[in-house]
Design a protein around this ligand. Sequence first.
Ligand code: ZN
Length: 88
Amino acid sequence: MFVLKGIDQLTKAIAKAKKLRPRVKFDCFGRYRVSGSKGYYTVVCRKDERGYKTVACTCKGAEKGLACYHAAAALSLHVGLARQRQTA
Ligand SMILES: [Zn+2]
């Protein structure tokens, strides 16, 4: 899991996601399944008690606190949905 502080930390992950084009499946708001090298990983985006945006992924990289490309792929969908919610 990692705390999302800005888009900068995702630059590499976004580039990788664009290259690999993982499939993103919508589970529910804030919860997505992203295809990876070993099947689907679950990515959970949420705000914690202190208001920090946290992103958790079930892959090995995210376990070490890295911003993985699964998270980047899920976030691009999540951000769009969050925006829709705010304007709805
Ligand atoms: Zn991941």
